[in-house]
Write a new protein. Structure first.
Ligand code: SF4
Length: 347
């Protein structure tokens, strides 16, 4: 059976000059991002490393202010600079460093190579143009297609993201769709140019639980079908459990734990991850109070010395206030930045 996607892909000439080697799409190495403000320098990202392969889903998890969205924006190249400054690191896409690439060349990677779905579909869509027109614009602008062909492609994409009666609704405006349907339209726009990497930044936060699950399953389907590398940015472990292959947990601009999704859920190796897991409602603990992590994430202008998590950590000892723990392997495929990772893992 030929799917809409297969039809669309065959209609779209492969023009990418970027080719992954051994499936490796993205390498983020020692990335640092600061925000220079009148009040001081906020160190938003403090040496982040990860990679992403074709067909792989990486969830980046953390509370608000952990640096997960700034990481995504740095990869997309959409940080406001200034106040943002990138004092170090590399973001290599198919081996080429996006941070040193001429802006014109980099601009052309946004959409056809790396694309992004944002949290708030209503403010991301233009309220004065029909949704079909907005999707079709991607094809007109980037593929030089005429009006009727690009609209036809927009309808196919709307069908692919399961918008009911897509042919009729192609002329409808964003406010005429529900939140879930608007997010599907954003996804259609994000995948229109067959990106190799799709970043979804809290794509379901504004939606109810049932719609959240539908959107996550749509993203998973599209990712498998197109073998995209998918980065899911989330504060909610529960949302990404069924979708992600591996998880990087961020705190105060650093990755503090990295593991396959199954291992991390079964046995966290960092107190922060443990706290996040304990704060997820579980059916087998009905009626019991959830254990939220006490305290607040640090002010990024005054990150605590030693381990940034120490003021909130129930495992903290003197060494935690003095020495910053590095992200080290604690078991096969498991990394944790904690002086007591072994105890946490086996405790
Ligand atoms: Fe807690 Fe210390 Fe581990 Fe940091 S290093 S997470 S403070 S036990």
């Amino acid at each position: 059976m030929t799917t809409d996607t297969q039809t669309r892909k065959s209609e779209t000439p492969a023009t990418s000059q970027y080719k992954p080697v051994d499936g490796l799409l993205l390498e983020v190495e020692d990335l640092r991002v600061e925000f220079h403000t009148e009040d001081g320098v906020a160190k938003a990202i403090n040496g982040v490393n990860f990679d992403l392969h074709e067909g792989e889903t990486l969830a980046i998890l953390g509370e608000s202010g952990s640096g997960k969205s700034v990481t995504a924006q740095a990869i997309m190249g959409i940080l406001d600079m200034p106040p943002a400054v990138i004092p170090g690191g590399q973001i290599r896409y198919c081996g080429q460093d996006l941070l040193t690439m001429p802006e014109e060349q980099r601009r052309k990677t946004r959409g056809p190579e790396i694309s992004m779905v944002f949290q708030d579909a209503l403010s991301s869509l233009n309220p004065v143009f029909p949704v079909g027109w907005q999707i079709a614009e991607m094809f007109r602008k980037h593929r030089g297609m005429n009006k009727s062909d690009s609209l036809e492609r927009a309808v196919k994409l709307m069908q692919r993201v399961q918008i009911p009666a897509a042919k009729e609704r192609v002329k409808a405006y964003p406010h005429q769709f529900s939140g879930g349907m608007r997010q599907r339209i954003m996804i259609a726009m994000a995948i229109a140019l067959d990106p190799a990497v799709l970043i979804a930044d809290e794509p379901t936060t504004a939606l109810d639980v049932t719609v959240q699950a539908q959107i996550m399953s749509l993203l998973q389907e599209l990712q498998e079908e197109r073998q995209m590398g998918l980065i899911l940015i989330t504060h909610d472990l529960g949302v990404v459990a069924d979708v992600a292959d591996k998880i990087a947990v961020m705190y105060a601009g650093r990755i503090v734990e990295r593991a396959d999704v199954f291992d991390l859920y079964r046995q966290p190796a960092h107190p922060y991850t443990k706290g996040l897991l304990e704060s997820i409602p579980r059916l087998d603990q009905k009626g019991q109070q959830l254990a939220a992590i006490g305290g607040l994430p640090p002010n990024l202008m005054r990150i605590p010395a030693g381990c940034a998590f120490n003021p909130r950590c129930r495992y903290a000892q003197d060494i935690c206030r003095e020495e910053r723990p590095e992200l080290l392997t604690v078991a096969p495929g498991r990394e944790s930045a904690c002086h007591f990772a072994e105890e946490v893992l086996h405790g």
